[in-house]
Design a protein around this ligand. Structure first.
Ligand code: ACO
Length: 377
């Protein structure tokens, strides 16, 4: 049966899912039916991760158990730390994260994905340990020892503590937690799809997450947040934004942090992130990058809004992380340690009615070519 070819599978459904929904015309994002703005205002990342994974908000006792399970699995085996110490210090943190997650799978038996109990503990370990890996690498690569997690600290507080060995300001932990909520899930994007393709072979969840991490790394997907901050630094001051934007548009190059396959209006996550910027700056002083970003958005709007191209989630997130003294190459790993809950939610959902992904292609090559021996070519 002939099929239309849709480059990038644009608009082609790859799954039936109840995990999240995007209305790209109205700029609405819901996790399990709850708007992301409401989750940022009222929930926590850990509770949101539970909602994504298990479909409902947890009862008090379920939340306590989930939270304890995560807290008790945040530590890394010393061999994982040793393995990371062997990696080159200039290695990109996304590559290190991918290598460490792939290695993690080898340390935990029970990779049978038909076993619901195993799957629960795999999900707990992955959600719990990704931040520990990211924080450990941020320290190990500059010759410091990794800081072990502190059991009396919440998820985001503990991550910020493991980075600096100092307990963060409560406001920083709250804002960072909201950033994690905003990055936790986003329907059938490239990394989720990659994870599902791997999952459809019944590979174990560590392999699923390692493959999703590879897709997230690219600059057209999660890697854009790192490039946005580089771009804002290069522009330097608001007065230079127009010249920069115009030269990019003239050269038919892309502005990083703009555009989205689904949103035709401003990404609702970008709007929440801007509000988080304001809260952070009220407490800790402004950021010159923010003033440049606002001007870039204004000027870019003149050229790109007609095409439905507006800031996406990656445009303002890096400004917050930069203000929290995190280096740009950590931005995509921060995205990953939030998104792991979305990847795993889709993985659990797919396992219920799994079918191996094996798409078709439209063959555009030749047939019946003769083989020409090497000495006659
Ligand atoms: N800057 C300038 N023009 C753009 C941009 C941009 N950021 N994004 C799209 N366009 C233009 C294209 O040049 C094209 O113009 P044309 O029709 O005149 O040729 C038109 O918009 C459509 O572009 P496509 O590439 O077909 O749209 P697609 O849906 O494939 O693009 C994508 C989505 C890849 C995210 C794109 O907008 C982009 O490259 N953005 C920059 C990278 C980025 O910020 N990625 C993060 C996305 S969010 C996330 O993954 C977490």
């Amino acid at each position: 049966m002939p099929h239309d070819f849709m480059p990038g599978l644009a608009g082609v459904p790859a799954a039936k899912s109840a995990v999240s929904d995007v209305d790209g015309e109205r700029g609405v994002l819901e996790y399990r039916g709850i708007r992301v703005e409401e989750l940022c205002a009222r929930s926590s990342y850990l509770e949101t991760a539970y909602l994504l994974l298990f479909g409902v908000l947890p009862s008090l006792s379920a939340y306590q158990k989930w939270s304890e399970d995560i807290t008790h699995h945040r530590r890394l085996k010393f061999s994982i730390i040793d393995l990371m110490k062997c990696l080159p210090e200039q290695g990109h943190p996304m590559d290190v994260l991918q290598a460490a997650v792939a290695a993690l799978g080898m340390f935990y038996p029970g990779r049978n994905v038909r076993d619901a109990e195993n799957n629960y503990w795999s999900a707990v370990r992955l959600v719990a340990k990704l931040p520990t890996i990211v924080a450990a690498w941020a320290r190990l690569r500059r010759g410091d020892e990794a800081v072990p997690p502190k059991d009396d600290l919440g998820f985001s507080e503990n991550f910020l503590y493991m980075l600096t060995e100092t307990e963060p300001l409560p406001l920083w932990a709250e804002i960072f937690d909201d950033c994690l909520i905003l990055h936790a899930e986003h329907t059938m994007n490239a990394s989720t799809f990659t994870g599902l393709v791997t999952a459809s072979t019944l590979a174990d969840p560590y392999t699923v997450v390692a493959s999703a991490l590879g897709a997230l790394k690219g600059p057209l997907h999660g890697g854009a947040n790192e490039e946005v901050v580089e771009m804002l630094r290069e522009i330097g001051r608001p007065e230079s934004a127009r010249g920069y934007v115009e030269s990019k548009i003239r050269a038919k190059q892309r502005l990083m942090g703009f555009g989205h396959r689904v949103y035709k209006v401003k990404d609702p996550r970008a709007t929440v992130l801007q509000k988080l910027c304001s809260s952070l700056f009220q407490a800790c002083g402004s950021s010159p990058l923010y003033d440049v970003a606002v001007e870039v958005e204004r000027v870019a709007g003149e050229f790109l809004s007609g095409k439905g191209i507006y800031p996406n989630v990656d445009f303002y997130s890096g400004i917050i992380y930069d203000k929290m003294n995190m280096s740009p190459d950590l931005f995509t790993p921060l995205f990953a340690m939030a998104r792991v809950s979305g990847w795993l939610a889709h993985w659990l959902e797919q396992l219920r009615e799994n079918k191996l992904f094996r798409p078709d292609q439209i063959y555009a090559g030749e047939h019946n070519r003769p083989y020409v021996p090497l000495d006659q070519r």
